[in-house]
Design a protein around this ligand. Sequence first.
Ligand code: CA
Length: 227
Amino acid sequence: MNRILIAEDEPRIASFLEKGLKANGFTTTIAKDAEEAINLALSDNFDLLLLDLGLPKLDGLEVLEQLRGQGLTFPIIILTARDDINDKVAGLEGGADDYVTKPFRFEELLARVRLRLRNSQSLPKKQNEALTQLQVGNLILNLHTRKAILKGQEIDLPAKEFSLLETFMSHPEQVMTREQLLDRVWGFDYDPGSNIVDVYVGYLRKKLGTNVIRTVRGVGYCLKQSG
Ligand code: CA
């Protein structure tokens, strides 16, 4: 049975989530503030965290940062009334797996919970040992340290930048559409009007140079073999 931690300070929403999840066979625990959420998440063995961003004591994004910083890898779905793109980017950058904006339909949340649990349980426990790096031209991506190496220079990459570059480097010289990139890197049905792919391509270009990823107008992007 899957155990879900609900970090939500509004009693009505917390009990709405708890009732719905219990009716669908999950076990739930409610944390009413950020400290409780962190303590529970670290001390007990949960399968997934539903994390409200507006929590007493600490911001939900800080909770996220602390938990990922402690090496917790279970799926985290952010729940929030803030539909600002900056919060979305910050949440996903901070290691959240998914994002649900309030108000939401319970069915939508349930579908996302199930998807995240399925993905996390089907993941191999260890990366393929044989494959330790990808190389395209003079650009190397180390899959263990999760750093890029360009002309001998190590470059740090936050989680989503790493995933995006990994996707490009697995398909060099191939045009990738925004939808393909969204699907592979963010892994869920993002708002098709979102410019998150473009924002992250911009981050990679800043670090790797503007010529590495070419824009294919009206289609998407393509990683060029250089050097
Ligand atoms: Ca709240």
